[in-house]
Design a protein around this ligand. Structure first.
Ligand code: HEM
Length: 144
């Protein structure tokens, strides 16, 4: 017989899930009330994941300027090194760090390696991510 899923006993001790229907109501997606930390973490993970997909295509589009020629690339570099664009780089770094660190947390919890420490892992990731973001932001903005 298969071994019980990690954390199953604790879940069963809390009793069955009480839901009014299958999944959240359509307005529930936009209702911020009464959400647990994990729910916020998931929402931000989704926003950053979609943001990274958007950035990937944007990045490929921008790189294709290289095909246009040297002056097109130099014009872009001038724009890309303005403070507003460098701040967008910091936002990108935040998205990468959040999504990556939270992804590692989700993988560790979901695979049962660390099933009952999702909150501690979230705050550990927050500390590591904040330090890395501060370090990166200083370097990115340091040249302006
Ligand atoms: C740093 C490495 C990364 C790790 C460890 C990671 C990990 C994960 C994990 C574990 C999930 C599932 C989350 C869940 O089910 O709760 C996920 C979702 C996702 N990831 Fe990543 N990821 C990484 C990089 C990326 C990159 C580079 C992109 C985009 C180019 C990306 C785009 C997405 C998207 C769109 C989702 C689906 C979000 C959703 O449905 O809510 N990820 N990632």
């Amino acid at each position: 017989m298969n071994a019980p899923a990690p954390g199953r006993e604790a879940r069963e001790a809390r009793g069955p899930l009480r839901r009014k229907g299958i999944g959240p109501s359509p307005s529930g997606w936009l209702d911020p009330r009464g959400r647990a930390l994990g729910s916020w973490a998931f929402a931000v993970n989704r926003v950053t994941g979609l943001g990274l997909v958007f950035y990937l295509y944007l990045h490929l589009g921008v790189l294709s300027l290289l095909l246009v020629g040297e002056s097109a690339w130099n014009d872009f570099l001038e724009l890309a090194t303005t403070t507003v664009f460098l701040l967008l780089d910091v936002l990108l770094l935040f998205g990468l760090l959040y999504h990556g660190l939270n992804g590692i947390r989700v993988a560790l919890v979901g695979s049962g390696v660390v099933p009952n420490r999702q909150r501690a892992l979230f705050w550990a990731g927050t500390v590591i991510g904040t330090l890395a973001l501060a370090y990166g932001a200083l370097h990115i903005l340091g040249g302006t």
